[in-house]
Design a protein around this ligand. Structure first.
Ligand code: HEM
Length: 428
C-alpha cells in the first residue's frame, strides 16, 4: 500500500490520499507553508470554534495561550482530580460486582463518563458540576450534528425551522448561557484575588483580562467569545478521544488476557494498592506499550485532512492550489510494508524500544498527528489513560461478554458500533 497516491474528484475539489509515512510527516510538518487545515463548515462550528479550527496568526496566538495549561507541572497538579474521578468509577463498579461474580458492563459509556468528569474538573475546576451539564449538552449536539452530516446536503437547509435545527440552536444557546455564567463568576473571583488560575478556564480568563485591560498589550489576549470556543473544544478534543482509547484498551486486554496479566503485575509491583502517582505512572513500561499498540490499531481519529493553498510538489508530484490531501492514519498504522507482516496483530512488544524503533519507516505512528498542530493534550490523555487503566487493573479482572460483537466503526472517531460489553470480576 505504501507510496500509492490515489486521486479522486469530488465535486470541484480533487482529493489525494497520502499513505507513505514520510509524506504524511511532510504534509503535517508544513515546513514550507504549503498546506492549511480544512476550513470548518457551519455544522462543525456549531460544536466549537476553538484552537483546532483557527488558522494562521490566530491559531498561533491561541496555541501560545493554551500551551502552559499542558505543561508537566500543571498536569501533575491535575493528577488528584484524575484520581478522584477514577476512584468514583472503581467504587461504582465495585458496587455492581459486589457479590464476587462476573458482572457485565458496557465500558464505552462508562469511559465517556470518566473522561467527561476528568475534563470537566481539569477545565473548570470548582465549577465542575456546571461543566458536566455543558458537556452533556455538547454530547447531544454531536449526535444531532452527525445525523445532519449524514443527510444529503441541501443549501440553506440548516436555516429551516425543523425540529432538529431548533433543538441544535436551543442547545447552542444553553451552552453559551452556562459558559457565560461560569465565566462571569470566575472573572469576579479573579478580580478580587479569590480564584487560582490552575485550571484551563483560569488560564484563558487571565489572558482575556489582559485583552480587556487594553494596556498597550491588547492583542496579546483572547476575547470572551474565544474563551467560550476553547472551552467547547476541550469536550471534543479531550473527552471522546480518550474515552475511545480506554474503551479499546479494555476490549483488547479482554481478548489478550496474557497482556492483561502482565500489565496488572506491573501496576501492582509499582503501586501495590496505593493510588497511582505521577512518578510511578511515568515508570509504567508495559502499560505504555499496550496503550501505544491500542492507539496504533484503533486510532481514535482515523484520518486527517489538509488542503494545498499554493502550487507545490510532494513526493515528486506537482499539485495545484486547492487540492484536498487525505491522510488516513488508521491505514498507515495497519500497513504491512511499514509495520511488518504482523501489522494487524496486537503485539505491544513492538514498542519495547520506543516509537521510533517500532516501525520500518520511522516514525510512522501518528495517533496525535504530527508537526506544529500535533495534539496539545497528548500528555494529558496518556496520563489520564494510565491512571484509569492502572486503577481498574488494581481492582478488577475482565473478559469479553458473550454479548460483545467486535465492530470498530469510524464515525468521526473509531467507535465500537455495538457497544463494548465486558464481564468484570472484583479482585479484592
Ligand atoms: C487519545 C486521546 C487523543 C487523541 C488520539 C488526540 C488526537 C489528536 C490529533 C490527531 C490532533 C491533530 C489534528 C490535526 O492535525 O488536524 C489533535 C489536536 C488537538 N487535540 Fe488531541 N487527541 C487526544 C486527546 C486530547 C486531549 C485530552 C486534549 C485536551 C484536553 C486534546 C486537545 C487537542 C487540541 C486543542 C488540538 C488542536 C491543536 C492545534 O490545532 O494546535 N486532545 N488531537
Amino acid at each position: 500500500m505504501t507510496g500509492k497516491t490515489s486521486i479522486t474528484w469530488f465535486g470541484p475539489v480533487p482529493r489525494v490520499t497520502i499513505t507513505k509515512p514520510e509524506l504524511v510527516r511532510e504534509v503535517l510538518s508544513n515546513k514550507f507553508g504549503h498546506f492549511e487545515k480544512i476550513k470548518f463548515g457551519k455544522l462543525q462550528r456549531l460544536l466549537h470554534n476553538g484552537l483546532g479550527s483557527h488558522e494562521g496568526e490566530k491559531w498561533a496566538k491561541h496555541r501560545r495561550i493554551v500551551n502552559p495549561a499542558f505543561h508537566v507541572q500543571k498536569l501533575k497538579r491535575m493528577l488528584p482530580a484524575f484520581a478522584a474521578c477514577c476512584t468514583d468509577l472503581v467504587k461504582r463498579w465495585e458496587g455492581l460486582a459486589a457479590d464476587g461474580q462476573p458482572h457485565e458492563v458496557d465500558v464505552w459509556p462508562e469511559m465517556q463518563n470518566l473522561t467527561g468528569d476528568v475534563i470537566s474538573r481539569a477545565a473548570f475546576g470548582s465549577s465542575y458540576l456546571e461543566g458536566r451539564r455543558i458537556f452533556q449538552l455538547q454530547g447531544e449536539q454531536v449526535q444531532l450534528v452527525v445525523q445532519a452530516m449524514q443527510k444529503i446536503h441541501i443549501p440553506g437547509y440548516l436555516y429551516l425551522p425543523t425540529k432538529t435545527n431548533r433543538r441544535m440552536k436551543q442547545i447552542a444557546s444553553e451552552i453559551e448561557g452556562l459558559l457565560k455564567g461560569i465565566i462571569a463568576k470566575r472573572e469576579n473571583a479573579l478580580r478580587t484575588g479569590r480564584a487560582s488560575s490552575d485550571d484551563l478556564l483560569g488560564l484563558l480568563l487571565e489572558s482575556n483580562m489582559e485583552h480587556c485591560r487594553g494596556d498597550g498589550n491588547a492583542k496579546a489576549g483572547i476575547t470572551t467569545d474565544d474563551v467560550i470556543g476553547e472551552c467547547k473544544l476541550f469536550y471534543f478534543a479531550g473527552m471522546e478521544t480518550t474515552s475511545v482509547l480506554l474503551t479499546w484498551t479494555m476490549i483488547v486486554l479482554s481478548m489478550h488476557p496474557e497482556w492483561q496479566d502482565r500489565a496488572r503485575d506491573e501496576v501492582l509491583s509499582v503501586f501495590g494498592s496505593r493510588t497511582p502517582d505521577y512518578e510511578g505512572l511515568s515508570r509504567l513500561r508495559i502499560v505504555t506499550m499496550v496503550l501505544y499498540e491500542v492507539l496504533r490499531l484503533y486510532t481514535p481519529l482515523t484520518s486527517l485532512q489538509r488542503q494545498t493553498y499554493k502550487p507545490m510538489e510532494l513526493g515528486g508530484v506537482r499539485y495545484p492550489a486547492g487540492v484536498m490531501l487525505m491522510l488516513p492514519l488508521l491505514c498507515v498504522h495497519h500497513d504491512k510494508d511499514v509495520w511488518g507482516p504482523d501489522a494487524s496483530e496486537f503485539r505491544p512488544q513492538r514498542f519495547a524500544e520506543g516509537i521510533s524503533k517500532a516501525s520500518k519507516d520511522s516514525p510512522a505512528f501518528f495517533p496525535f498527528g504530527w508537526g506544529p498542530r500535533i495534539c496539545i493534550g497528548q500528555n494529558f490523555a496518556l496520563l489520564e489513560a494510565k491512571m484509569g487503566l492502572a486503577m481498574i487493573l488494581q481492582c478488577f479482572a475482565f473478559e469479553l461478554s458473550p454479548a460483545y460483537t467486535h465492530a470498530p466503526f469510524a464515525l468521526g472517531l473509531l467507535q465500537p458500533e455495538h457497544g463494548a460489553q465486558v464481564m468484570l470480576t472484583r479482585l479484592r
